[in-house]
Design a protein around this ligand. Structure first.
Ligand code: NAD
Ligand code: IPM
Ligand code: MN
Length: 362
């Protein structure tokens, strides 16, 4: 049966990188027999401009009807002065929440060809393969009450609420342990249980979940130490499970270990494994429109889409192999460039991945 993919390019470099992913999907459809149909929708600033809302109802309907969603990025200076309730980022948070995409998988893998692009010494990151499992629809991002209020003294006060219920912790815990079963069977749960009651409960529930997975070793780490360990000795981690905000921050840090934030894909999954796939980076307004953004995080997000939502393991692997192959050929976008390599544009990188894929098919 033909599967439906909703494409949401979004803002900034979003349309540029998504164009390369779509090109790849078209090749998979036309030459590799992948039965997919693609449709485009509006989200973020682009949706605000065209439809007056960062997440139009029509987009949500298309997303619900699709088997998977591929998203570029949202946001940018043009929309920063809008009220926070209608900013592009609200569109992204809104679709994650509406589709109940609570499990965000962010794999940080160092491709050996990029060892010299990492901010850390090659020996510290060689062979790096971490899976960050970030809770995506709860925590301080969604907790209430929230807002900015004026106190009796006349001073304004901003406030947000960090809140997790046991069931929310348990379900993301299960995803982490199930993920670990297919890997090195180690889970590090990251919290701030020495200070925040909410994460004290997080720790307790993770311990409960661990009892169902005797084959997996669980350890706990405070988030400040985790940030430090991530740059000191990142290979100690296998699966890292953490809340929404800590996961946001730690995954950007982990991205730099792999050479560039332009390399990190992600999958955001619901209970049934339906998902939205997106690079972890943003709309990169500083380089938007220049044709120099790295499309590989988005292309690798397509591989995750094939693996997790379409059960096309072989094609997913082919994409990942094609990416390794172009890196092996020395092709580099500006963010991962180093001496002796050939600098290419967004489009040239996309073309090279397609060429490598077709080469495999010969
Ligand atoms: P960013 O990730 O957009 O950019 C941070 C830095 O990384 C910039 O220097 C940028 O040029 C670079 N970079 C990012 N992606 C790249 C790529 N593919 N290739 C090469 N370089 C790349 O983060 P920011 O600057 O903090 O945020 C910009 C906007 O994006 C904000 O509006 C923010 O809210 C939004 N944002 C959106 C998402 C998303 O849609 N998932 C994620 C993060 C930030
Ligand atoms: C991400 C982004 C988003 C987040 C923003 C744009 C809402 O930083 O996907 O990592 O904080 O989740
Ligand atoms: Mn982020």
């Amino acid at each position: 049966m033909t599967k439906k993919i909703l494409i949401l390019p979004g803002d900034g470099i979003g349309p540029e990188i998504v164009a390369e992913a779509v090109k790849l999907l078209e090749v998979l459809r036309n030459q590799f027999g992948l039965a997919v149909e693609m449709e485009q929708g509006l989200i973020g600033g682009a949706a605000w401009d065209a439809a007056g809302h960062p997440l139009p109802e029509e987009t949500l309907e298309l997303a619900r009807a699709a088997d998977a969603v591929l998203l570029g990025a949202v946001g940018g200076p043009k929309w920063e002065s809008l009220d926070i309730s209608v900013r592009p980022e609200k569109g992204l948070l809104g679709i994650r929440s509406a589709l109940e995409l609570f499990a965000n998988l962010r794999p940080a893998i160092l491709y050996p060809q990029l060892a010299s692009a990492s901010a850390l010494k090659a020996e510290v990151v060689a062979g790096l393969d971490i899976m960050i499992v970030r809770e995506l629809t709860g925590g301080i991002y969604f907790g209430k009450p929230r807002g900015i209020r004026t106190l009796d003294s006349g001073e304004r006060q901003g406030y947000n609420t960090l809140v997790y219920s046991e069931s929310e912790i348990r379900r993301i815990g299960r995803v982490a342990f199930e993920t670990a079963l297919k890997r090195d069977r180690r889970v590090t749960s990251v919290d701030k249980a020495n200070v925040l009651e909410c994460t004290e409960l997080w720790r307790e529930v993770m311990e409960e979940v661990a009892r169902d997975y005797p084959q997996v070793v669980l350890n706990h780490m405070y988030v400040d130490n985790a940030a430090m360990q991530l740059v000191r000795a990142p290979k100690q981690f296998d699966v890292v499970v953490t809340g929404n905000m800590f996961g946001d921050i730690l995954s950007d840090a982990a991205a730099m270990l792999t050479g560039s934030i332009g390399m990190l894909p992600s999958a955001s999954l619901d209970r049934q494994g339906k998902g939205m796939y997106e690079p972890i980076h943003g709309s990169a307004p500083d380089i938007a429109g220049q044709g120099i953004a790295n499309p590989l995080a988005t292309i690798l997000s397509v591989a995750m889409l094939l693996r997790y939502s379409l059960e096309e393991q072989e094609l997913a692997q082919r994409i990942e192999d094609a990416v390794q192959q172009v890196l092996g050929q020395g092709l580099r976008t500006a963010d991962i460039d180093s001496e002796g390599c050939r600098r290419v544009s967004t489009e040239q990188m996309g073309d090279a991945v397609v060429a490598a894929l077709l080469e495999q098919n010969r």
